[in-house]
Design a binder for this molecule. Structure first.
Ligand code: DGL
Length: 259
């Protein structure tokens, strides 16, 4: 059995790279649904359907644990997947509002995530539970997912896009930014440049630690260290971008979904 990881695209590599570090021997299958990315502006019901298809695919490939390395898919489908596959452990993402609320001095925190993530019940319940005494600014950052998919992590155009979406939350007094999309950790150097005085909360390592705990319980620590990397859509230039994001040598294969 292996550990299956999926995202709409390459963003989930931010989680995958920590999983590989914590579980160097585990067999991993990563699925990037690039042909249908970005998920963030799609209806939740559609993202739920895609998440179910990717889960079925990973289970058919022998995954014994599924990681939703995508906040949007987690918001749309995590509850549903757990109910549908009660014997399979799932690890998902959620915006880290609790540590953000503990950290802010200004009383204003900003969550950077997709429109779909903000729409789900999951986000509303996080705000209810953890953000009673803080103001939460919701900032969708259109274009950032595409920057990461293109491997465009620096340069004037990328920096201008980061600046455009951070300016309103900085003007609103936010001193903590929650990275609520798995693509965004790759843009941290630019965020630091544009907003040097705010705290950034990147949950990817904590999520990988949760994967480590669950995988250890399930006996999925592995011994072959395989990494299968499957991508829907065009494979052109993907290998180079994946190597750069992951720091690993990856040979992407075409993902074909049966349904
Ligand atoms: N990586 C994603 C997330 O964490 C999905 C972004 C998208 O496809 O819009 O939400």
């Amino acid at each position: 059995l292996s550990i299956g990881v999926f995202d709409s695209g390459l963003g989930g590599i931010s989680v995958l790279r920590h999983v590989r570090r914590l579980l160097p021997e585990a067999d991993l299958i990563y699925v990037a649904d690039r042909a249908r990315a970005p998920y963030g502006r799609r209806p939740l019901a559609e993202v739920r359907l895609f998440s179910e298809q990717l889960t079925e695919h990973l289970l058919a490939e022998g995954a014994g644990l599924i990681v939703l390395a995508c906040n949007t898919a987690s918001a749309a489908a995590l509850h549903h997947l757990r109910a549908r596959h009660p014997s399979i452990p799932f690890v998902g993402m959620e915006p880290a509002l609790k540590p953000a609320a503990a950290l802010t001095h200004t009383g204003v925190v900003a969550v950077l995530a997709t429109d779909a993530t903000f729409q789900g019940d999951l986000f509303a319940s996080l705000v209810d539970r953890y953000a009673d005494n803080v103001e939460v600014l919701r900032q969708p950052c259109p274009g950032w997912v595409e920057l990461v998919e293109r491997g465009e992590l620096e340069g004037e155009a990328a920096e201008a896009s980061i600046r455009r979406h951070l300016e309103p939350v900085l003007a609103g007094g936010a001193d903590v930014l929650v990275l609520g999309c798995t693509h965004f950790p790759f843009l941290i150097p630019l965020m630091r440049k544009v907003a040097p005085n705010v705290a950034l909360i990147d949950p990817s390592e904590a999520v990988a630690q949760q994967v480590f705990r669950v995988a250890s319980e399930q006996g999925l620590a592995g011994d072959a260290a395989l990494l299968e990397f499957e991508v829907s859509g065009d494979l052109d230039r993907v290998a180079g971008i994946v190597d750069r994001l992951s720091g690993m040598k990856v040979v992407p294969a075409v993902l074909t979904l049966s349904s």
